[in-house]
Design a protein around this ligand. Structure first.
Ligand code: NAD
Length: 483
């Protein structure tokens, strides 16, 4: 890696830190260990580029062309991204649809919004009564770029999460400093190489990697930053909101989840079992929107548990993701594996039934692996049902009736995602409206290029995706005049 990317130039750092391969525990690469001084240089560059540079005065069409060039650049270097995602992130072949293809597609869709996004909206004229008579007032609502953005993405889907912020921020005309998670810096550095070849004015896009949590804190506290967009845990999100309050920054938070999947009694289980059983093991359960609380009526509970464990035993093969046959890779770090094992212990102690998994696979001596795990007979007040585990653990909870199921789904401090499995789509949509989460998937449908994504309750503030994501990087101004 060439160094930090600041003000359109590569800036090597004296210090570097090791990024391990979570499947082998060997050092995969080294990343620049930037300091707060580096970050301040990047913020100053982004400020200059916003205030004095040409970027925000370009047309949306011109900015869209740059986005398309970045998308093409990523496409051209797909193999390099793939090897970083496998080697530093533990991503499996099956996850590349989300890890690599979807972010490129999202970026292209974002570029296309240049023609439809309403940067200026003519409002209806209004008649005002003044002392000298009546007059017509005409108004425009203008969407301006919000300014200098501090972007703090996470490591689990690093390209996806970063581009969901970078694409809309660039299209809106913002400048930015990306501060990746210390556990996932390499993809953002490779992205900086791509951006470097796309003729952006210096200072518009900066990347500062490093291990020091003070880097993120500086982005939140700096008076030169107008907005922070963060993806990570609820605990850090709360700290970010507090420190952003000092300068009344705009804050966008994409945080954790504990999503429920409601299986209605009419569900066709054999057809739907992959949608029920597999999402929580995708990327070893390290996803915010994984549907890890499976709610099923008491009478079908045992049947669902048997089918889920049959599916997991047959299809969820655990191992080194460099092997394309592998369905589930390792957790990102040993400390995360230990945290997930702590949840398994607490589930057993609280009386949930451990059906499969919960252990380290015997045949894998190295790597932060854990077996895919299913708990049955889980109660919604158990710790494993209340907290985000962020590992390959699914809880099956029996419910008495549909009203009970909806109440259980909503009985959570999180509100990110959820799912419903049924033959009756109309009924599913009605139930979905009663669930307080930012998204609900029916029969395994995934988010599309136009849908908003984000959390209610403690799962976050703001929405990414489509035009909704671009709006978040704009500020409204009204301009009015009499005729
Ligand atoms: P985390 O909360 O540990 O975040 C770590 C990041 O925050 C690092 O970059 C760190 O430098 C920075 N940081 C730490 N203290 C800070 C401070 N005081 N001010 C500013 N920055 C600070 O989370 P994580 O482990 O990176 O991510 C896992 C979480 O992300 C899970 O909860 C998951 O659900 C969530 N997530 C959410 C989404 C979503 O879109 N909603 C997507 C992916 C992951």
């Amino acid at each position: 890696m060439k160094g930090l990317f600041i003000d359109g130039k590569w800036s090597p750092t004296p210090a570097r830190y090791a990024v391990p391969n979570p499947a082998t525990e060997e050092i995969f690469a080294e990343a620049p260990d930037g300091t707060v001084a580096d970050l301040k240089r990047a913020i100053a560059a982004a400020r200059r580029a916003f205030d004095d540079g040409p970027w925000r005065r370009t047309t949306a069409g011109d900015r869209a062309q740059i986005l398309s060039r970045i998308a093409d650049g990523i496409e051209t270097r797909k193999d390099e991204f793939r090897s970083l995602l496998i080697g530093a992130g533990g991503a499996t072949q099956v996850s590349f649809v989300n890890q690599l293809d979807a972010p490129i597609e999202q970026l292209r869709a974002c570029a296309q919004l240049a023609t439809s996004f309403e940067f200026e909206l003519k409002l209806p004229s209004v008649t005002q009564q003044t002392r000298s008579g009546k007059r017509e007032i005409h108004s425009l609502a203008v969407r301006h770029p919000v300014g200098v953005c501090g972007l703090i993405p996470t490591w689990n889907f690093p390209l996806y999460v970063t581009l969901q912020k970078v694409g809309p921020a660039l299209l809106a005309g913002c400048t930015m400093v990306v501060k990746p998670s210390p556990w996932g810096p390499l993809v953002d550095l490779l992205l900086a190489e791509v951006v470097d070849s796309c003729d952006l004015p210096p200072g518009v896009f900066n990347v500062v990697t490093g291990q020091d949590p003070a880097l993120g804190a500086e982005l939140c506290e700096s008076a030169l930053v107008d907005k922070v967009s963060f993806t990570g845990s609820v605990a850090t999100g709360k700290k970010i909101m507090q420190s952003c309050a000092q300068t009344l920054k705009r804050v966008h938070l994409e945080l954790g989840g504990k999503s429920a999947l409601l299986i209605l009694d009419d569900a066709e289980l054999d057809e739907q079992i992959p949608a029920i059983a597999s999402p929580a093991y995708f990327h070893a359960g390290q996803g915010c929107a994984m549907r890890t609380r499976v709610l099923v009526s008491r009478k079908r509970h045992d049947e669902v548990v048997a089918k889920m464990s049959g599916f997991v035993g047959k299809y969820i093969k655990v191992g080194n993701p460099a092997d394309p046959q592998i369905m589930m890779g390792p957790l990102i770090r040993e400390e995360r594996r230990r945290a997930v094992e702590g949840f398994v212990t607490s589930g057993v102690e609280e009386g949930a039934k451990l059906i499969v998994g919960g252990k380290r696979p015997k045949d894998l001596a190295k790597g932060f692996f854990l077996e895919p795990t299913i708990f049955a007979e889980v109660k919604n007040d158990m710790r494993i049902a209340r907290e985000e585990i962020f590992g390959p653990v699914v809880c099956v909870l029996p419910y008495e009736n549909e009203a009970d199921a909806i109440r259980m789904a909503n009985d959570s401090r999180f509100g990110l995602a959820g799912g419903i499995v049924t033959k009756d789509i109309g009924r599913a949509v009605e139930i979905a409206k009663q669930i307080r989460t930012g998204g609900v998937s029916v029969n395994g449908a995934s988010n599309s290029l136009v849908t908003p994504f984000g959390g209610m309750k403690e799962s976050g503030i703001g929405r990414e995706g489509g035009a909704f994501g671009v709006e978040e990087f704009t500020e409204l101004q009204s301009i009015s005049w009499p005729s």
